[in-house]
Design a binder for this molecule. Structure first.
Ligand code: SAH
Length: 504
């Protein structure tokens, strides 16, 4: 008996945060993901590493679809006994030819499941502050495919019925036939001043909205080049106002921002960037390896209470120390005794999450500022100091502390390794001037990024470069990169606020 199983999964309208938990879970398990053209690339980040990713680019139904090829791809994988996610834009059951793929499963005795997704009509309306139904004005809702609208009389669409329909009509796949559709509705008696809203690329950073009426909408879409993929909403409630259009009003709406941390860091910074309306374009430039298994490091961690001072320099270091202590059956009491300093409010906040309050957080988050501020109030002469930080951190901090008379142990809690990834998406966007910002949050990410993306390509584009703080800026300067912005607070939040302030 083969293990093959097919999951027909709705990928939602574009915004990855509109995926269902079940979709994310299945993407993490599937050996093979067969996805449509309308599935956003960011969603594929949830696929299991090493999974076979197959694009079956059929767009919007305007080009002839070779459903047979898709069937063949699925059939091959079924025969190989694979777990397959068949990922479709929006909801798999709406205008997605899922019935044929389910028939294929039945014919071949392959078990299947169908996982709903948020259909683009719902996202288009909600992400513009448009309501498809209204207590007063619209109590019925109709979903229609525009692809069936033909010049000829053999169209399967019932325009007379639609013209008489008192509620809201939502058209999918209508852009190439909008003239025909609106013309037919008016001919059948629909009010030509009926409000119409067209939403392109709903729920993505490229979302566009056009508000019009039945008479003018086709011409206006042509003029403004509003094309597929778009949803057309026709009815009394197809209106909104600036205050209600919450999605497009967010401070970084429409900005394309390259993020360059490690995978986990990119996931969290990416979520922050998206929450403000920008599109994060991730290149994972580094990998962080745990150093706490090393016997020397273990010995240091076992004897932390013997030091006079413990220094943390990143939230990542804090998390790894606590994870290592937990593995040693220890807890926060292992840090009891010594005073604790944190460079950066992020490491201090992370430490607070473990119930430990830092004794000292400098006002400026650089090693130099910290030593200057500390030495004013504290003598380090003869003091035992342990630095729990990255194995590739610069030696200015230990050197400065030694100069103040401290006895310094530098303990590599984690290692940072440069990571290669496919930069072709970024290169092609740079060439098309489709990147607004490239952000850097550490010197190692700067080095790794420019090993993969030639600086000339960045300089030749309109992309601007943002740095989290002076150490990162120094690394950028040493490569002769131009720096357009340096955050005044050297944290992820600080970098994001700086981008928001500068956004026009
Ligand atoms: N199963 C999909 C529909 C597939 S048909 C769903 O449930 O959404 C393809 C059509 O969906 C496109 O022509 C367009 O009308 C619509 N569509 C898909 N994604 C969209 C998006 N992000 N914004 C606007 N329309 C979208």
């Amino acid at each position: 008996m083969s293990n093959a199983k097919i999951y027909l999964v709705g990928a939602g309208p574009g915004d990855p945060s509109l995926l269902t938990l079940r979709a994310v879970e299945l993407l993490g398990q599937a050996e093979c993901v067969v996805y449509d053209g309308l599935v956003a690339p960011q969603i594929l980040r949830y696929a299991r590493p090493g999974a076979e990713l197959i694009s079956v680019r059929k767009r919007t139904g305007d080009s002839p679809v070779d459903q047979q090829d898709i069937h063949q791809i699925l059939l091959d994988r079924i025969r190989q006994g694979k777990i397959i996610v068949r990922l479709k834009g929006g909801d798999p059951g709406l205008f997605g030819r899922s019935a044929e793929e389910v028939a294929l499963c039945l014919e071949n005795q392959a078990p299947f499941e169908i996982i709903p997704g948020i259909t683009s009509a719902l996202a288009a309306a909600d992400y513009c502050g448009i309501f498809l139904t209204d207590r007063e004005a619209s109590s019925q809702l109709m979903f229609v495919t525009g692809q069936e609208a033909a010049d000829k009389t053999d169209s399967r669409l019932d325009f007379a019925n639609m013209a008489a329909f008192g509620g809201t009509i939502v058209f999918y796949m209508a852009m190439t036939r909008l003239d025909l559709i609106t013309g037919a509705l008016i001919r059948h008696g629909k009010d030509s001043s009926m409000p119409v809203a067209v939403v392109q690329h709903a729920s993505t950073s490229r979302q566009r909205l056009l508000l019009s009426n039945l008479q003018d909408v086709a011409e206006q879409c042509r003029r403004d080049r509003i094309e597929a993929p778009a949803i057309v909403i026709i009815g009394p409630t197809a209106r909104t106002e600036a205050r209600r259009n919450w999605f497009m009003r967010r401070p970084l709406f429409g900005k394309r921002i390259v993020i360059t941390r490690d995978r986990q860091g990119n996931d969290s910074f990416g979520a922050m960037v998206s929450a403000q309306g920008a599109e994060p374009i991730a290149l994972d430039t580094i990998r962080i390896l745990d150093g706490t298994q090393d016997t020397e490091v273990q010995r240091t961690l076992a004897g932390l209470s013997g030091y006079d001072w413990i220094f943390f320099t990143s939230a990542n270091g804090v998390r790894r120390v606590f994870a290592a202590l937990a593995r040693m059956n220890r807890d926060a009491r292992a840090l009891a005794g010594p005073k604790i300093a944190c460079i950066g409010s992020e490491s201090a906040a992370c430490l607070a999450g473990f119930g430990v309050v830092a004794d000292f957080v400098p006002t400026r988050f650089t090693s130099q500022a910290m030593v200057e501020e500390l030495s004013q109030r504290q003598s380090f002469a003869g003091k035992n100091i342990v630095l729990l930080r990255s194995g590739i951190a610069p030696d200015d901090l230990p050197r400065a502390l030694s100069q103040l008379g401290g006895i310094v142990t530098d303990s590599p809690i984690y290692m940072v390794q440069s990571q290669r990834n496919d930069p072709s998406d970024i290169l092609s966007r740079l060439a098309r001037n489709k990147i607004d910002w490239i952000t850097f949050t550490s010197s190692s990410t700067v080095r790794s990024f420019f090993e993969q993306v030639p600086l000339e390509r960045v300089l030749a584009s309109k992309a601007r470069i943002a740095s989290i703080g002076p150490e990162t800026t120094r690394q950028l300067q040493s490569l002769s990169a131009r720096i357009d912005l340096e955050a005044t607070r050297h944290t992820m939040e600080g970098l994001l606020s700086a981008l928001m302030e500068i956004a026009p």
